[in-house]
Design a protein around this ligand. Structure first.
Ligand code: GLP
Length: 244
């Protein structure tokens, strides 16, 4: 779906999430949301915060799972995705802290495998993801599933692609400060969500969006695995859709 601008598209996806939350609450069910970081979803979160403040949108029955976290970054670091999510969403709505799940980037290497398996188990335990919000990196990553990721990959430690670190360099005041690894949900973890919405704005995303939507399904561009999903929508603005 191509929108005139990203603001309109962001409001549309926030309203889809809000409708899902209300429908599940009406049935007395928990709503399990997979959430993304990066600049793309910021306005989605701003609209959800507005709906909470002005219309009482209730997050008390929402369980969240974030896609990824940088590895070997303290939780409190302002570069962490933990910080990002609290700043843009969690500090402003009534989600219960015990229902917030973000991979831990500050654990010893020896504990990472077990932590990733526990993350997978927790998603299963709550019935799987009702909705997964995604951005896309210029390498074609979703979460941090870099080129080479397997379609059946699960939550794991991954080495970041050079281009991903280049793109993150300005946030970290230089590429040498960008972590080299991250923990990310896998392609299989993401693909098992019952509904997926991917966001991409701006001309820098036009080339990877063209390959993701019109190209061959390939592990070189992990976002192309989404072509197999039965319920995925890609929301674009005019710039990111320019090469289609
Ligand atoms: C990071 C995140 C991805 C995100 C991507 C794009 O690499 N791990 O989940 O999709 O950035 O970021 P942006 O939305 O700022 O373009």
């Amino acid at each position: 779906e191509v929108f005139r601008d990203s603001a309109k598209a962001s409001i549309a996806v926030a309203h889809e999430i809000a409708d899902l939350m209300r429908a599940k609450a009406g049935r007395g069910e928990q709503c399990v949301l997979g959430l993304a970081t990066g600049s793309s979803p910021i306005r989605v979160y701003a609209e959800l915060v507005r709906l909470h403040r002005e219309e009482g949108l209730d997050f008390s029955h929402v369980i969240t799972f974030n896609l990824d976290e940088y590895f070997e970054l303290p939780r409190g670091s302002r570069h962490s995705y933990w910080y990002f999510m609290h700043e843009h969403l969690f500090n402003h709505v009534n989600v219960k802290p015990k229902n917030i799940n973000i991979p831990k980037g500050n654990i010893p290497l020896a504990d990472v495998y077990e932590h990733c398996m526990e993350y997978e188990a927790r998603i299963k335990e709550v019935g799987g993801l009702d909705f997964q919000l995604l951005g896309i990196g210029r390498t074609g990553h979703v979460g941090f599933n870099e080129p080479g990721s397997h379609s059946r990959s699960l939550t794991r430690l991954i080495t970041l692609d050079h281009l991903t670190r280049v793109d993150a360099a300005s946030d970290f005041q230089g590429i040498s400060n960008v972590p080299t690894r991250a923990i990310t949900m896998g392609i299989q973890t993401i693909s098992q969500a019952r509904r997926i919405v991917l966001l991409a704005w701006g001309h820098k995303k036009a080339e990877i969006i063209q390959k993701t939507i019109e190209g061959e399904r390939t592990s070189d561009i992990p976002a192309t695995y989404l072509q197999d999903h039965p319920n995925v929508t890609v929301l674009l603005d005019e710039e990111s859709s320019a090469d289609l």
